[in-house]
Write a protein that binds this ligand. Sequence first.
Ligand SMILES: *Cc1c(COP(=O)(O)O)cnc(C)c1O
Length: 402
Amino acid sequence: MTADDARQAFHSRLDDELGRLRDAGLYKPERILASRQGAQVTCDDGKLLVNLCANNYLGLSGDADMAQAAIDAVGQYGYGLSSVRFICGTQTVHKQLESALAQFLGIEDAILFAAAFDANGGVFEPLFDEHDAIISDALNHASIIDGIRLCRAQRFRYRHDDMADLEAQLQAAAGSRHRIIVTDGVFSMDGTIAQLDRICDLAGRYGALVMVDDSHATGFIGPTGRGTHELHQVMGRIDIITGTLGKALGGAMGGFVAARREVVQTLRQKSRPYLFSNTLAPMIAGASLSVLQRLAASGELRDRLHANTAYFRAGVTALGFTVKPGKHPIVPVMLFEAPLAQQFAQRLYALGVLVTGFFYPVVPLGQARVRVQLSAAHTRKQLDLALAAFAQAGRELGILQS
Ligand SMILES: *Cc1c(COP(=O)(O)O)cnc(C)c1O
């Protein structure tokens, strides 16, 4: 085979696989925004849409003060570091943010990563080996699954949110040096909040550690927005918290691990995504720091987010849609069948509302839905427009009785 033949074979194999994805309706196209991220966005076709599918919970992604905080940080610290942290990539702003995150979360110390994906990818391997057991919720985020794969610890999986099965897995893992229970704080497809109080009780009974990935919670869940551990009154009982700067806390990018000092120091010495990848840009560190200060000073954004969530949940339920119950700003509107979820999202787009349909294999077969995500930035007018569009599309597609 010539090099040209080999290349041709490679690229046509990929082309075939992409074709199969398209045929199966699993190909993911990308919407192109021509505007800032926000409660309302403009697409590249000029269409203005109420945006109900960003993780922009506190409305900070396109916020003017947020952008100014980043500009201020660029002015002071420059654009980038061209270095990993341990060579010459640590600035005062990175240390300030790590300490502010630790304080906000009520944990001793914190370490920054370029993304939560990296934080989860790099947290297990330096801390655990074949003498240890990791006990993981079946629906945990992909980055947790990958991080566990990169580590030599024994793996145990418990049925999603099932405390009896968690207990069985804790018993199955008896004899390990360390056992750690790992869960998302909030599961993104349903908005389900992990039962951290019961998880911590089980951990206490079986002498296990607890790790929570609070990417869909930090900044807005719990009485002062610290996260699911604050909501469930187990602050001080969680050993490791991972999270993102790419959702509620401004939406740029970046992640972190917060834990006791020994854990954070070990990660600084041994975590591969930390050692072998560039420092988080100082403008992101500076702007994230300003968010934590803003959240400490006022609960206004959090209150608005929860008021918007309650308003939309009540409105869409009253229209007659089937909504997964809960309090999180993730509101799954159930359509059950994949083609219907797709048609519904398309019709909403035409009516000026941006939502995404989710179907198998992202959610279980027969559980297709559109996932609505509320933001503090939504106005009542925008939510009313969205509800009117849901009503119209629902009647047109026979989901609602007209
Ligand atoms: C979004 C998300 C991540 C990834 O966060 P990034 O900072 O974008 O890499 C990790 N874990 C959970 C639970 C998430 O929801």
